[in-house]
Design a protein around this ligand. Structure first.
Ligand code: EPU
Length: 301
């Protein structure tokens, strides 16, 4: 599939860095994925709006890549432009509030809040990615959810215009921030003053527990499936009971440590991971009659 764009697309605009043929695998935590024909990195918040508005006006298809920790990208040449907010990585303190731009590191935000003695997101330690993805996915787990501490977010519509969404008007649920087709640009957090040492110690305890139960030192995209509502068991437990731990296709392997993780042993391709996801779903379906739903974002060609 070919992908074309006008060569003078951002010629007179300084707010975005444009590169061609960028390999995306190394920008994801599982380490698989092909090339973006056009890779755009806005350098300012206005640049982000302008980038999306321009692509919209020229009818150029695009996707936004966050921290790459919860996505499975296709192999080969992608038929759309890819935008990264990695250059929009600021976190600004504004009295009691923190304003985090979409490209800020999520672990960096959690750690930074602790350093400032701000409580409320320490329970989200160990979650990878960027702030934008955490807004979209309502990152979290048993120790809390990102949207619990969000006061408001700034979102860009697909046409490049932006607006503020207050927490009271948002309806985040499990693994879904509810922002729809809009793109997160920044999040303003409401955090409470706390004791730095206590926050730090709690974070350490959570990290130790995560290391015990999850393959954090392997390349992976985190949990692949949502925990199903219709079962008392987690997806990881169901996958273990279906006997799928350790099953592999090429270098893609169902983790022996946690059944809901697929790890890349080195040279896995997207195709391998995708086929393995299919095998796992079939095994759980045939043993428990449960259709596991994807938790990761799978980009199609
Ligand atoms: N379990 C097994 N076998 C396994 C994996 C888990 O028996 O292979 C059992 C555990 O022993 C436990 C239960 O299943 O009794 C739940 O497991 P765990 O505590 O690991 O939590 P989870 O439900 O599998 C969820 C999130 C994780 C998050 C953890 C901790 C989802 C899909 N996953 O996992 O999120 O880190 O809670 O808060 O909601 C992610 O989204 O990428 C992710 C890793």
């Amino acid at each position: 599939m070919s992908f074309e764009w006008p060569r003078d697309l951002f010629e007179s605009y300084q707010g975005v860095v444009l590169r061609e043929g960028v390999s995306l695998g190394r920008l994801t935590t599982i380490g698989v994925g092909g090339q973006a024909p056009l890779f755009l990195e806005p350098q300012t918040l206005d640049g982000a709006r302008e980038t999306i508005a321009t692509l919209h006006d020229k009818e150029i298809p695009f996707r936004v890549l966050g921290g790459g920790s919860n996505v499975l990208l296709p192999d080969g040449d992608l038929p759309y432009a890819v935008i990264s907010f990695a250059r929009l990585a600021r976190v600004i303190r504004d009295d009691g509030a923190l304003i985090a731009w979409a490209g800020a590191s999520f672990p960096g935000l959690v750690r930074g809040a602790m350093e400032l003695g701000l409580d409320g997101i320490g329970g989200l330690v160990g979650i990878p990615g960027q702030v934008g993805g955490a807004v979209r996915m309502n990152a979290g787990g048993k120790h809390g959810w990102f949207w619990d501490v969000i006061h408001e977010v700034e979102l860009i519509r697909p046409d490049g215009t932006s607006f503020t969404l207050a927490r009271a008007d948002a309806h985040p649920t499990y693994r879904n921030g509810g922002i729809g087709e809009n793109v997160a640009l920044s999040a303003t957090l409401a955090l409470k003053p706390g004791d730095k040492k206590e926050i730090y110690e709690r974070m350490q305890a959570i990290l130790r527990e995560k290391h015990r139960s999850q393959p954090l030192t392997e390349k992976s995209a985190g949990c692949i499936f949502k925990n199903p509502k219709e079962s008392e068991h987690s997806a990881g437990r169901l996958i273990e009971l279906a006997g799928m731990k350790g099953t592999n296709i090429g270098d893609a392997e169902v983790s022996r440590k946690h059944g809901n993780f697929i790890i890349n042993r080195g040279a896995a391709r997207s195709k391998d991971v995708f086929e393995l996801i299919g095998l796992v779903r079939e095994a759980v379906k045939s043993k428990f009659d449960i259709e596991l739903e994807l938790e990761i974002d799978v980009w199609r060609v």
